[in-house]
Design a protein around this ligand. Structure first.
Ligand code: PMV
Length: 332
């Protein structure tokens, strides 16, 4: 059993997209925030010489070895993340023998960035364990590379929020910046309990865009205008306007066809219980929705979400801002 001092620990947070999903894939801006109390934790220890690299995915009840093909849903992704991190740190030289243990409190496939967080935490832990300094920009790029395995054509927003752990204003090709928050605000995250099918939703939107490029680009422009106004409302602390803009964004997403009956039910329940605004978050077709709640209504909105079938309801506060910087926000 390794002593605690032999263990290198790292972690990474969940994220939610506040506004702008899907349109962000087509070069429009989006806003996303970290969810700091939901995390993936990774431990790395040295293993006996010649034993290779073993990965224990505790929540999946699975164990993977590098170089041993696995057929389950998650194994190839996790193996690719570990290989990418080792290639970054050690090049193509012989890789060290390691045991990597992954524990996650982020629901899988709910639009909360669980894949990006697993990738970021594993990469950070391996780099730290081997004494390698990994700037946030580079971590973000490595996480992006592994996200491509999951979603094909990710916009880059998930890896950016998770690597920098900052509220992010994101536009493809322009990198990310953070934004001002005039008044901290509370969001409730309602989980439908149904996996979000991001790849399928992105492909569906793409087919729509190919069929009707002008009309679909018009929807993306409408979303972009909503996101820009929301940035201003957040900076001014104008939560009424922010809520209205979230509702407007949800209407665009419904028109794009990426909401679902379960998401619509939770959105309606949150609004009925006094949410200032509510919308799906992430890829859609399942997964999570978010509701903007003023503090006196948090409890009643939470109850309404459970009453409408939410599997779980999480709460997060958006407030802290700072500068995105290369030296980055410490991982662990
Ligand atoms: O479902 P998530 O959390 O991976 O979010 C997907 C967001 C999209 O805009 C639909 C796709 C993307 O890559 O930005």
């Amino acid at each position: 059993m390794p002593s605690v001092s032999d263990v290198t620990r790292a972690r990474a947070c969940a994220k939610i997209i506040l506004l702008g999903e899907h349109a962000v894939v087509y070069g429009r801006p989006a806003i996303a925030v970290p969810v700091s109390d939901r995390r993936v934790h990774v431990d790395v220890t040295d293993a006996p010489l010649g034993s290779g690299v073993e990965i224990e995915a505790c929540d999946l009840d699975s164990c993977y070895s590098l170089g041993v093909p696995c057929v389950d849903e998650h194994g190839p992704f996790i193996q690719a993340v570990v290989e990418g991190a080792l290639r970054e740190v050690c090049g193509t030289k012989e890789w060290p023998d390691l045991v990597i243990t992954v524990r996650s409190r982020i629901p899988i496939a709910r639009g909360m960035g669980s894949g990006a967080a697993v990738s970021a935490a594993i990469t950070r832990a391996i780099a730290d364990h081997l004494g390698f300094t990994l700037p946030c920009e580079r971590l973000s790029q490595l996480v992006f590379d592994t996200e491509c395995l999951l979603h094909g054509t990710p916009s880059g927003i998930d890896n950016t929020v998770v690597a920098f752990e900052m509220p992010v204003w994101f536009r493809q090709g322009e990198g990310a910046e953070t934004f001002d928050v005039g008044t901290a605000f509370d969001l409730l995250i309602g989980d439908t309990g149904i996996p979000s099918r991001t790849g399928e939703a992105v492909a569906m939107v793409h087919r729509r865009w190919e069929r009707s490029p002008k009309a679909t680009s018009g929807l993306f422009d409408g979303i972009a205008a909503t996101v820009r106004s929301a940035r201003g409302a957040i900076a001014e602390g104008d939560l009424q306007t922010l809520g209205m803009l979230m509702d407007r964004n949800q209407a665009y997403l419904q028109t794009l066809g990426v909401s679902s009956a379960a998401l619509d039910d939770l959105v309606a329940a949150a609004r009925g219980a006094g949410a200032l605004g509510a919308k799906l978050s992430g890829g859609g077709l399942g997964g999570c929705m978010i509701a903007l709640a003023d503090s006196e209504r948090v409890q009643s909105i939470c109850e309404a979400l459970y009453g409408a079938g939410a599997e779980q309801v999480l709460e997060t506060r958006v407030g802290a801002t700072g500068k995105l910087s290369g030296s980055g926000i410490a991982g662990p």
